[in-house]
Ligand binder design. Structure first.
Ligand SMILES: NC(=O)c1ccc[n+]([C@@H]2O[C@H](COP(=O)([O-])OP(=O)(O)OC[C@H]3O[C@@H](n4cnc5c(N)ncnc54)[C@H](O)[C@@H]3O)[C@@H](O)[C@H]2O)c1
Length: 325
């Protein structure tokens, strides 16, 4: 049976003025900074006492990065005037043009929160859940208007990584999915559509596939943790910031692109696929991974490494922004 349409006319996805944020932890706070930088007003609700002061501090801390990447063009004090604390879910969503839910990854809790959002938000407004692990169909059961629920799955941190995976469930209307795709484009994100619900959505599955082989190579003593990481960071990882694995393969086929690549190397790659590992995270493998990571980290703190990663990421994003083809 086809899903029902969204009740009533949807707002213009390119003119969203107010975003309701429910759950302002790691992801909700980063979303907040992004929406503010793109000129939206944000009404934020979180159950944790004192969350609003922490949220404001988070926005201030992320602002220099948003300015360096060219996303924020105003000063943070000015942006913070558009951020308001909501004392209840109702207050966060009642006037919102769209709601981005980023509550903890617990099914019962998310269902309750989504039911409350649904009960207080005009039926012609879309609700996007940041969930990494649940399918939309699992989340829709508590809603009276399930047709307006989509997954809008960001990548951490959402104020830097452009990707948003948009997924609909069995009861989501096509209008809601199309609206969400247009909305994320309008606010400067790179949405992709995941056509069917699948555990881990899409990008995390790709990461998991690569990490599975990375663990296998360490478990089988083919290479150290540091060398496996170097193989990606100094090799294919450099290209992957520019183009994905399919286009990389097409380019490897020369003038005849993917056709030649498949004719020439498809068979060899298929043989490798048959040989890829399926390791288990046994105590022995865990010990190897932990020791190998410590050796690679060489005593540097996680904060230092995170800072370095984000600094370089900002450099890459700025470059891609200028040169994207
Ligand atoms: N952390 C990541 O890397 C990542 C990446 C993409 C998506 N996600 C998804 O984003 C969502 C949030 O994850 P997170 O990492 O920000 O978690 P988090 O624990 O940092 O934040 C969750 C926030 O929700 C608040 N909260 C708890 N109960 C609430 C309630 N009843 N009403 C309103 N707020 C409530 C908490 O106080 C907390 O501030 C999850 O669905 C997660 O799967 C996480």
């Amino acid at each position: 049976m086809a899903a029902l349409g969204v009740t009533g006319p949807l707002p213009d996805p390119e003119a969203v003025g107010i975003v309701g944020i429910v759950g302002a932890g790691t992801i909700g706070a980063s979303w907040t900074a992004w929406f503010l930088a793109r000129g939206c007003r944000v009404l934020a609700y979180d159950i944790a006492p004192g969350f609003f002061d922490r949220l404001r501090e988070h926005v201030k801390a992320t602002w220099p990065a948003l300015q360096r990447t060219g996303v924020a063009t105003i000063e943070v004090d000015c942006a913070l005037k558009r951020l308001a604390e909501a004392g209840t879910i109702e207050a966060a969503v009642r006037d919102a043009d769209v709601v981005q839910e980023s509550a903890p990854e617990r099914l019962d809790l998310k269902r309750d929160i989504l039911a409350e959002i649904d009960a207080n938000l005009s039926p012609n407004r879309i609700v996007a859940s940041s969930t990494s692990g649940f399918g939309v169909s699992q989340l829709q059961s508590s809603m009276r208007h399930p047709q307006r629920l989509v997954i809008g799955h960001p990548f951490n941190p959402p104020h830097l990584i452009p990707l948003v995976e948009v997924v609909g469930g069995g009861l989501t209307s096509e209008d809601a999915i199309q609206w969400a795709l247009k909305f994320y484009v309008a606010i400067g994100k790179k949405p992709i559509r995941v056509r069917k619900e699948i555990p881990g959505h899409l990008a995390n599955r790709l990461q998991a596939a690569l990490w599975r082989e990375a663990v296998y190579l360490v478990a089988e003593d083919i290479a150290s943790v540091a060398d496996v990481d170097a193989a990606i960071a100094f090799g294919p990882g450099l290209r992957w910031a520019i183009m994905g694995p399919h286009l990389v393969a097409a380019l490897a086929g020369g003038a005849n692109g993917m056709t030649h690549y498949l004719d020439h190397l498809g068979g060899v790659v298929e043989e490798w696929w048959g040989d890829l590992g399926t390791p288990h995270l046994t105590d022995q493998v865990r010990t190897k991974l932990i020791a190998g990571a410590a050796e690679e980290i060489m005593g540097r703190s996680m904060a230092e490494l995170t800072q370095r990663r984000d600094d370089l990421l900002i450099g890459i994003l700025s470059l891609l922004e200028q040169r994207r083809f």
